[in-house]
Design a protein around this ligand. Structure first.
Ligand SMILES: *Cc1c(COP(=O)(O)O)cnc(C)c1O
Length: 406
């Protein structure tokens, strides 16, 4: 049964108007109201439809390659002193968890009768996942990307173009993700009739912060039966995931949100250090405000201007955090641990050398906080959100600059 798609009794379920405690909602320009309201009215009904679920499941299985393995990492476990399982989202088609959500949203866009898809992307991973499903569905695809990011992420730009997407540079402001987001929203206002906006994380105006975790909840749904099969128990003591906007973490946590036996741990990018002025440690440094259409924790100055975040990892280089996570953190349901660039890089090399897996730099932040204060009987599941191929240049440059001997 597809439990992630059905409204269940949960202390952490979203309210009718889109709130998780004091966070969430839909703070949007008047001209977007009709679009967002249409999705809000229809998403639960569409996602609950049996045929929709069959199509979604079929594509996840035969196109994405699910279920992704739950791998007991014995070498790493020996080093850490407790048992670690890696949920291998890196083995999905396109190399990360993001495809789970874009598959769901492209099916939704079709049901809404939309012919054109827009998205914004920072590192390009969400852009690639969106361009992929647009090619699959035969829909027009426009991806907004900061001009600076286009320079930095050339291989992903090439991928999007190969897949038939149009990549439009955002030339305003700092020419990065938040500027690309502004451009995408402007486009949506101008093409409200025929266009669906695929948001790539657990952020944005309601219902996106609810809808994206539902699509990603397949991750914890699989963890439950895979753990049962391998350990005779369907829950771990810890689930650990990195958080940018929060989609892979939300998917990995989803079916455990109300299970207090399971400790939920988030890893946040501390960049060059929490106090360095160069980080993306939103939950620690952030305060309540509105970003990307929702009320949440974000990094802002005294005038409420959004501060430019920093992380070596482009996928965590985001000044906000999804409202569900803001709520989990504020209520104490989830713990957050910061990891610096250096700690993440150590974790990349450690995983490569102990398990033969090169993780994405985002994922490495979760690996870096894995030094839990856990006993030898503890079982931890870490969401290995993506593979490191896209980061190889960053890794090699870092290794050279820091004169690390390989
Ligand atoms: C985009 C990305 C993230 C961060 O996004 P979330 O929505 O927080 O999951 C993490 N890991 C990988 C591999 C990514 O591509």
């Amino acid at each position: 049964m597809v439990t992630g798609f059905t409204q269940k009794e949960s202390a952490f379920a979203v309210t009718q108007d889109g709130f998780y405690g004091e966070f969430g909602g839909a703070f949007i320009p008047e001209m977007l109201y009709a679009n967002v309201e249409e999705i809000r009215r229809k998403y639960m009904e569409i996602m609950g439809d049996t045929q929709f679920q069959t199509e979604f499941r079929d594509l996840l299985k035969h196109y994405v390659g699910r279920p992704s393995p739950l791998y007991r990492a014995d070498n790493l476990s020996k080093l850490l002193g407790f048992t670690v399982y890696l949920k291998r989202e890196d083995l999905n088609h396109t190399g990360a968890h993001k495809i789970n959500n874009t598959i769901g949203q492209i099916l939704l866009a079709r049901r809404l009768g939309k012919k054109r898809i827009i998205a914004e992307t920072g590192a390009g991973q969400h852009g690639v996942a969106t361009a992929t499903v647009c090619a699959l569905a035969g829909l027009e695809c426009v991806v907004y990307m900061g001009a600076v990011d286009i320079e930095r992420q050339a291989p992903n730009v090439a991928r999007m173009k190969m897949l038939g997407a149009k990549v439009i540079p955002a030339e305003s402001g700092s020419k990065t993700l938040k500027d690309a987001t502004n451009e995408a929203i402007r486009d949506w206002i101008n093409h409200a009739e025929n266009t669906h906006y695929i948001i790539g994380s657990a952020i944005g105006p309601h219902p996106y912060p609810d809808m994206v975790p539902r699509f990603q909840s397949v991750i914890s749904e699989e963890i439950q039966w895979q753990l049962q099969e391998q350990t005779g128990r369907d829950y771990p003591d810890y689930v650990i995931a990195c958080v940018g906007g929060g989609s892979n973490a939300a998917g990995a946590f989803y079916h455990y949100l109300d299970d207090q036996r399971v400790k939920l741990v988030l890893a946040e990018a501390a960049g060059k250090g929490i106090d360095s002025g160069h980080s993306a440690a939103t939950s620690i440094l952030g305060s309540k405000g509105i970003i990307h259409g929702c009320m949440t924790l974000l990094m802002q100055n005294e005038d409420g201007q959004i501060m430019e975040p920093y992380s070596l990892s482009a996928g965590l280089d985001y000044p906000g955090i999804g409202p569900l996570h803001a709520h989990l953190i504020r209520t104490g349901r989830a713990e957050v641990h910061p990891a610096t660039d250096d700690e993440a890089m150590d974790a990349v090399i450690q995983l490569a050398r102990t398990e033969g897996i090169i993780p994405a730099l985002e994922t490495a932040h979760a690996l870096a906080v894995l030094r839990l204060n856990a006993g030898p009987d503890a079982v931890a599941v870490l969401c290995l959100s993506g593979r490191g191929d896209k980061d190889l240049n960053t890794y090699l440059t870092y290794i050279e600059q820091h004169k690390i001997e390989l």
